[in-house]
Design a protein around this ligand. Sequence first.
Ligand code: NOJ
Length: 549
Amino acid sequence: MHTVAMHSQIPVPWWRRGAFYQVYIRSFADGNGDGTGDIAGIRSRLPKLASLSVDAIWINPWYPSPLNDGGYDVTDYVDINPLYGNLDEAKALIAEATDHGIKVMVDLVPNHTSSAHRWFGEALAASPGSPERDRYVFRDGTGPDGGLPPNNWRSVFGGSTWTRVPDGQRYLHLFDPSQPDLNWENPTVRDAFHDILRFWLDLGACGFRVDVAHGLAKDQTFPDIDHDADDADETDQDRVLARGAHPHWDRDDVHDIIRGWRTVLDEYPDTVMVAEAWVANWDRLARYLRADEFHQVFDFDFLEADWDASQMRHAIVTSLDGAASVGAVPTWVLSNHDVVRHATRYALPPGTRSKTWLLDGDRNDIDDALGLRRARAAALLMLALPGSIYLYQGEELGLPEVYDLPVEVLDDPVWTRSGHTEKGRDGCWVPIPWTDDAPSAGFGSVEPWLPQPPGWSAFATASNTDPSSTLDLYRRALELRRIHMTKDEDLEWLDLGADVVAFHRGSGVACVVNMSTSEVPLPAGEVLVASGPITDGKLATDCSAWILV
Ligand code: NOJ
């Protein structure tokens, strides 16, 4: 039995068992008819969000930005991109969301600014060694005439992490050249971010999703990375990462920065901070979850597990144990704006690397109906687990990845920076369909910024008319989750066969996920909700059910 000791006299904070909904703002709903989602669009859809029984929404970066990387290139951390609205609208959104019982979480982007940020302009205008340059990571080139980069680090989006400026120095960017890394060794940077946190908390935000939380601290000797070893044997890199010895990922000194933020959040009751941290294992991840650091960390092992009972069980057990080691619970997630939607991942043959498949995989490999069936089942699995959960907009409609967007419309810098060897993330950013009787499937009144594929409105139609729709399943499960799944943090495994993930929650509900190829008999009891057919007490393959036992 997995039990997390909680002192009964201490009330459980809301976020510990909360349901969060991710709003990718430019693709959620277009309120002002310019083809891009905005704050007005979110406000108009608040009743829909409330009907899903979510506790909070996390809004992807909404700051002024050239949008080279979807807004993860910020030019002003205390304002709103005019494309999305303004600060008054943000305040109105927070107030209206509160009336619907929904809190609003902001996306904090501390690793880098946009190259169009005032600070970067000042750095370029100033000379090497100046305080202005010291807010970023500038270094001289190497080699006889300084013509080589300071080291061989590779950007996540492809190419070197160093870009040369006219006077010969180079600046570091772990991502796109338009995203210069900040220098977190510099107290000015640390102080500025404390002010940014206070700005949004004073405005009423409930907290922050923190971008690239594992990337802020860099080895100040800037050593080369042994890429040959990485390429030859991925486990080599894993070993380096697991020791905390990588020059720029998951270094131990990052925790000092995080503790500083937590001190600020602790001044504001009921606030929450969730980390995006891609690290080697739960031993490393649990450090971010310590009592004076993040409240939550996304569980990417669960997201990355194949549709396979032993992989899923392993991911769940490791996460429960890892989180429990620091008195916390996991934060489960199946999709987000950076990964191939899970209805498509689960539609591919076992072992397919979905990101590679996007580019040039065999389209005959995909079984959409199977993917949707499994995605519905996965939702019931996730919503039954102890801890908090994050939904990605559109998964409640069963949306698949739009993998065949024409390359001319791709906006993700990954496509260009990788030299067209990675297709990028546009396929999960396609604007949401809301109805089938309006232009752009109800997303807005004009053509959306990224095209919707033919038949996209069918996902909305099904949701609005079919009582067994995926939306209906999510609504019911989220409502039931509040009643049955958030009372306690216990989980007891049930043995219903090697290919069945089954467990019992302390509150008296069993969750059964049938990943086998045949029907599975369910435990006796009342079926509260099921993602697919139950015949004579037997659950169909690739389906889940919750039973009140
Ligand atoms: C992680 C974000 O989720 C992703 O969308 C972004 O491109 C990178 N961080 C860089 O900010």
